[in-house]
Each structure stands twice: as C-alpha cells, then as structure tokens.
Design a protein around this ligand. Structure first.
Ligand SMILES: [Zn+2]
Length: 443
C-alpha cells in the first residue's frame, strides 16, 4: 500500500477529531438509532453500486432485484452473494465505481481463491476513515488511545502511516519473518503500549521471553491485539496470564477496507455496525437464525470506489442474538463464535504450528514477485515432512524460477520439511467441491 502523502495527512489531521468523535459515539447509540444509521448506509451503498459498478448492475439485473426496494439490512437477503472469484475476474473495469480511476486509488493485494491474487482499491477518503476506524479499536482495547502510545506490529508489510506528522501515535514495525532473537530484541526496544500480531507469531515470540523480559514489557504494555488468523478464547486467556495484560482478537480483511469486528475488554466480539454489515448465511446466501454457524458474508459501508456488498469472506461464524447486551455498554451486536478460515493449517515435524493466515500471507508476499510465472497455486502438506507447492504455471515459468520458488517456500516453512514444486494442469478440489488454497492431508 502506498504511504500517505503530505496533503493526505493534512486533511486527515483536520478531519480526525470530528471523525473520531463520531466513530466513538456510534458504539454507544441505542439499537434503534444504530440500525437506522446502518440501514440507510446500506441502502445508499446498494444503489450506488448498482448505478456505478458494472458487476453489481449485471448481478442484480440477472437476479431480478429492483434496488429501489432495498431499504434496510433486512432486505439484504434478496441480493445475491458476491464471491471472491467475481472480484478477482472483474478487477478493475468491472469492480471499480464510475468516476474512479485506478492510478488515483490505493490498492491492497490479498489472497484469492485457487491461488489467484485479489486486488482491492480504496479512495483517499476511505483510507483516512480506515485509519480512524483502526484508532477506534485501539481506543476500545486500551481504554483510551493516547498520542504518546506506541504500537508495535509484527507483519509482512508496513502500514502506510508511521505516525501523525507531529510524531504522535507512533507505529513500529517488525518483519514477520525476522529470526526470533532479532524479533525479541526489536520488541523489547520498541517499548510498546500495544502489540499487534498473528497469534501464531505471539506464541513463537513468547517462547523467547524470559520473566525479566515480560516484566520489562509490562512497564508500558496495556494490551495485545491478535489478528489475521484464528485463535481460541482459551489460547488468548492463557497468553493474557503469561503477559499480565488482556489479549484481544480483531477480525477484518482488505476487502472490507480494514476492521469488521473486535473484542472489547469484556471479551465481547463487537461488529462495527456503523461501517459494516455482517450476516451469517447458508450455502445459498440465505441468512441463518442467530446462534447458528454458517458462512460469514459482509458488506462494507464506506468503500465507495470499490463497493463490497454481501461478500463471502470465506470464514465461518455465528451471531449472538441481537438483544444480548455486553457489560461494556456498547450497543453494537456481537459475534458468538468465530471459526475463521476454512483453509487448513500445517503442523511441522518439530510441532511448530503454522496457521492458514500465516501461510497465505507469507505465501502471497513472497510469491507475488513471480508475476507471469505463476497462474494459480495451492500449498499441500502431503506428509508430516513433505509439502508440495502445486501450481498452474504461467508463460514465464522456467526451471530456475521453479527452483527459486522451492527455496523460498522451504525458507518460510523454516526449512523443516522437504518441498517439491509440482506443475499441474488443474488444482485439487475438496470433497465439498471447493478449492482450498492451503490443504493438509496429514490427519
Ligand atoms: Zn463489549
């Protein structure tokens, strides 16, 4: 993602106080007010998408939906679900709204289905709101996010903003693939108030920490925010005991322009209903009763450049009944359970656990550079010590590239397993008829 330029930052600084007040206030609106706000934003986004985005115009016409009759979130069920492949195949002509051109937008790359890369585009205005919605999470998790607070995040890419121009709200970055001793050192030196990272990386790093290290961290540390892959409440509770601070989960995606839901200090998993609509549906896109587990589909209420409506995230979840209140006082409804990605994870011979989130993220970041050598791929753990990278090659594939890919993958699997690169004509299909990108055949 490209960095914020000076002009953007100036606008951000001007907008920030009011935007932040509004976002803060929305969390505590009464249910009726909040639903009205969400309903009208949803209806507006649907009409905008229908009139300005070829993909939606076609989809909704084919489904015979008259968008003027979509007035509230309760009408959403009449709209067809949007699949990842449609976003991949349609980008950019079919998925960008009229009036936006790609070179003035910020884009992010994320894992698609069947190994294709998905690109998502945001306007400058959306990017600024994205920053402010992130601040709201920190506000919630830390009980107040202050200008002097430092956030250290362990990730494959850097955020487009390292601090505000006056040096406040600093973000410090540690590369996900840094060797553990280096990661430990950087972590201690950064003196974070908030630590943000993959749960699997937290598990790795904590093994390197002595009781003195933890003591040192605790002089500043207020909260640990885990994201981008599945962790259980039991795991988070255990980490919270170890570090002596709350460990809270956040759920979001590039498609949704950032955050969708996050845990408050009372561990309620609140959906940000003023910027997102979350539904839990069956295979056909029909909403399931509260409490029942199904596919999470989500609508982003603020990315006008590339609308995302009823999008199947590829995650499994269940909703709390709407009238279940959280003791924190926030009125935003909650996820009851969140089972995360349908992809598998790997366990390496040493017992090291690699989540699908890690494998997808590192896989994409590392393999992006091969451009036209790779069409699509999946990563298959065949036995405990053998992983196959199965790919449909593109025109640029050569023996040298094949070997280079093999080495890259060995490296991000910590050289613990043999890796083979298999060129194939088609990718595996699961017994449910789906293509998964990360597949483990090890039971
Ligand atoms: Zn709460």
């Amino acid at each position: 993602m490209k960095d914020f330029d000076l002009e953007q930052l100036k606008i951000l600084m001007n907008e920030a106080p009011a935007m932040r007040r509004e976002l803060r206030r929305n969390q505590f609106l009464d249910r009726q007010e909040l639903k009205q706000l969400q309903d009208s934003a949803f209806a507006r986004m649907v009409r905008h998408a229908y009139h300005n985005v070829p993909l939606y115009r076609r989809k909704y016409d084919e489904a015979g939906v008259d968008v003027t009759t979509i007035r509230t979130v309760a009408d959403a069920a009449r709209l067809p679900v949007l699949e990842k492949d449609e976003l991949i195949d349609g980008f950019p002509e079919d998925t960008l709204a009229a009036g936006y051109t790609l070179d003035e937008l910020t884009t992010a790359i994320t894992g698609g289905s069947s190994g294709k890369t998905l690109r998502v585009a945001y306007s400058a205005q959306t990017m600024r709101k994205r920053v402010m919605t992130a601040y709201r999470i920190y506000d919630m998790m830390m009980g107040g996010y202050e200008p002097h607070h430092v956030q250290t995040y362990v990730y494959t890419g850097k955020y487009p903003l390292e601090s505000l121009p006056d040096g406040s709200y600093q973000l410090k970055h540690i590369w996900t693939l840094d060797p553990l001793p280096a990661a430990r050192e950087k972590l201690l030196a950064s003196k974070p108030h908030m630590l943000t990272l993959y749960p699997s990386r937290l598990e790795d790093i904590r093994r390197t920490l002595s009781p003195q290290d933890v003591e040192q961290l605790r002089t500043n540390l207020i909260v640990i925010n885990v994201k981008s892959e599945m962790s259980t409440q039991a795991q988070r509770d255990e980490w919270a005991d170890f570090f002596g601070v709350p460990v809270l989960d956040e759920y979001g995606s590039e498609e949704m322009a950032g955050t969708v839901a996050a845990q408050c200090p009372e561990k309620g998993y609140h959906i940000w209903e003023d910027i997102a609509v979350v539904e839990v549906v069956d295979e056909r896109g029909v909403p399931l009763p509260d409490g029942q587990t199904g596919d999470l589909v989500a609508t982003c209420l603020y990315n006008w450049a590339m609308p995302i409506i009823r999008y199947r995230q590829g995650d499994i979840a269940a909703l709390h009944p709407e009238d279940d209140a959280c003791s924190c006082g926030r009125s935003m409804r909650m996820l009851k359970s969140f089972e995360g990605r349908k992809n598998s994870s790997f366990t390496l011979p040493s017992g090291r656990f690699l989540s699908s989130g890690y494998l997808l993220d590192v896989g994409y970041t590392r393999l992006m550079e091969y451009g036209d050598a790779l069409n699509s791929w999946s990563l298959v753990q065949k036995t405990r010590d053998l992983v196959a990278f199965e790919c449909i090659p593109g025109p640029g594939m050569t023996d040298a590239i094949r070997e280079q890919i093999r080495r890259e993958i060995s490296e991000f699997l910590f050289n613990e397993v043999a890796v083979e690169v298999d060129l194939v004509d088609s990718l595996r299909i699961t017994n449910r008829g789906k293509r998964n990108q990360i597949i483990s055949l090890v039971s």
